[in-house]
Write a protein that binds this ligand. Structure first.
Ligand code: UDP
Length: 474
């Protein structure tokens, strides 16, 4: 690259779900802060959903970043459905169209963006790994293709080796009970029951399995793969993957731009303000409970958890999204629950999770084990109680509880029971075991913070990625 060459221009497509949007926004800001031009493309539906959650007119999540002179262009593109169309209820129809019709729209958008540019900048494509089309569209438009994987590298390796699982008779897994698998490169011995839900039972949600198979077929053609993880955390998986593809662990991406992360508009739901209430609580005294943006819970699970909270006597912030519940029941709390929790608990539909986790009053996190939530909990040194639902969550749980020992299970059997919930909450908040968990998570907290230091592994990997990318582009 000569001094006079224009800077590279990234066209970026996040996957249209909460857990994938924040890392892509932060990657965008990071690239723009080193002088790249970036065109960031949300679907109109996601744009509309985030707009609704904001109090003022919403021009995209980059207003703050633009104040620093960055060149970020925020665009939207139709996913082919009306805003009212229920994408969760019609999951199969939605995703069938995202395989067949959406890529043509993306292709046209990419072509128009490149053709209307007069700067002479070399363009490249960054898309979420879970999309099925980036490699094809990049090739068609002669672009370098960068995939962003927003889950642990361990799960990438498992997905990458579905053929191995098939050959060994573990996909689908028809055996009874529990079998340990130790043949996946870079993946420590793992039980079949800890596999991602779509591997344990591909027929449960066939479209989900299809999405992952297509995604991992295409990602084999990516030029670069970025991971929202940290070298020191998953060195074996990353080394194994690096033998196949240029692999860069650059996480935790959500804390790249730490000074700004707390107020970037990225939430699909309006954030309730609970910080003043938290500030009135003693350090380490409040349990935070959230099951992320997708998981759905049954009335019976809510009952056991809420009774467990009452029995434990621990204060809490409980996030219950409007679409959290599996059924449409409205009377979801046990009789008298709301009266019992006055002063002791807060139930809100959504919050700014990083602000909550960073508050000293928070002493533990009951989590569904979404990867962002785990990384955020590690970043703030908050030990976890794990209650995974589906997709990547059972496998992430295994990493938290077995590999890193920074969390415990909410229930050890098949059924969630209120007395066990209370017991787990109490031992996580206080006592000997709690101290041990806190020591372990504080070690990892340091690992994560160090990784983003100027000479930390993620910063070095990011710099290396930029250097390698420029060699390809110029
Ligand atoms: N989150 C939030 N407010 C909430 C609950 C969650 O901001 O009340 C954010 C959380 O910080 C995380 C994301 O939503 O970044 C959820 O992602 P995760 O990977 O944990 O789970 P998913 O929603 O993908 O299942």
């Amino acid at each position: 690259m000569a001094k006079t060459d224009p800077n590279p221009h990234a066209i970026i497509f996040p996957y249209p779900y909460q857990g994938h949007i924040a890392p892509m926004i932060n990657l965008t800001i990071k690239l723009a802060s080193i002088g790249f031009s970036v065109t960031y493309v949300n679907t109109e539906f996601i744009h509309h959903t985030i707009s609704k959650s904001q109090s003022a007119d919403f021009n995209g999540p980059f207003d703050e970043a633009r104040k620093f002179g960055t060149d970020i262009r925020y665009r939207t593109i139709s996913d082919g459905f009306s805003l009212e169309f229920d994408r969760d209820l019609n999951f199969d129809e939605y995703w069938e169209s995202m395989f067949t019709e959406f890529p043509a729209r993306v292709d046209e958008f990419v072509r128009d963006t490149i053709e209307s540019d007069t700067s002479g900048a070399p363009f490249f494509l960054i898309a979420d790994t879970v999309y099925s089309w980036p490699a094809t569209i990049a090739k068609k438009n002669n672009l370098v293709n960068v995939a962003l994987w927003t889950e642990p590298a361990t799960l990438f390796s498992i997905n990458y080796h579905l053929d191995l699982l098939k050959q060994n008779g573990h996909l689908p897994y028809n055996g009874d009970g529990d079998t340990r698998i130790s043949y996946i490169p870079g993946v420590q011995s793992i039980s079949t029951k800890d596999m991602m839900s779509y591997i344990q039972d591909p027929e449960a949600i066939p479209m989900l399995f299809k999405i992952m198979v297509k995604a991992f077929d295409q990602v084999k053609n990516a030029d670069f793969i970025l991971y929202n993880t940290v070298q020191e955390l998953e060195s074996e998986a990353l080394s194994a993957l690096n033998e196949k593809h240029p692999t860069y662990a650059i996480g935790p991406i959500n804390f790249f731009n730490e000074c700004k992360i707390l107020n970037i508009a990225k939430s699909l739901w309006a954030e309730s303000d609970i910080i003043r209430w938290l500030e009135s609580k003693p350090p380490g005294s409040v349990m935070y409970i959230s099951f992320g943006s997708i998981a759905q819970i049954t009335k019976q699970e809510i009952e056991e958890i809420t009774h467990g909270l009452l029995i434990s006597q621990v204060s809490f912030v409980y996030i219950l999204r409007p679409n959290d519940l599996e059924s449409n029941e409205t009377n979801i709390f046990p009789f008298g629950f709301e009266n019992d929790i006055i002063d002791r608990g807060f139930i809100v539909p959504w919050c700014n999770q990083n602000m909550v986790l960073s508050n000293p009053a928070i002493g533990g996190f009951v989590t569904h084990c979404g990867w962002n939530s785990i990384i955020e909990s590690m970043w703030f040194g908050v030990p976890m109680i794990c209650y995974p639902f589906f997709v990547d969550q059972p496998t992430n749980r295994k990493l938290v509880v077995e590999n890193w020992k920074i969390g415990i299970n909410l229930c050890d059997g098949d059924q969630i029971k209120r007395h066990e919930v209370a017991h787990k909450i109490i031992i996580l908040m206080n006592g000997e075991y709690s101290i041990k968990l806190r020591q372990e998570i504080n070690k990892l907290r340091k690992v994560l913070h160090n990784a983003l230091d100027i000479d930390g592994s993620s910063q070095r990997n990011f710099d290396q990625f930029v250097e390698d990318l420029k060699v390809r582009l110029y």
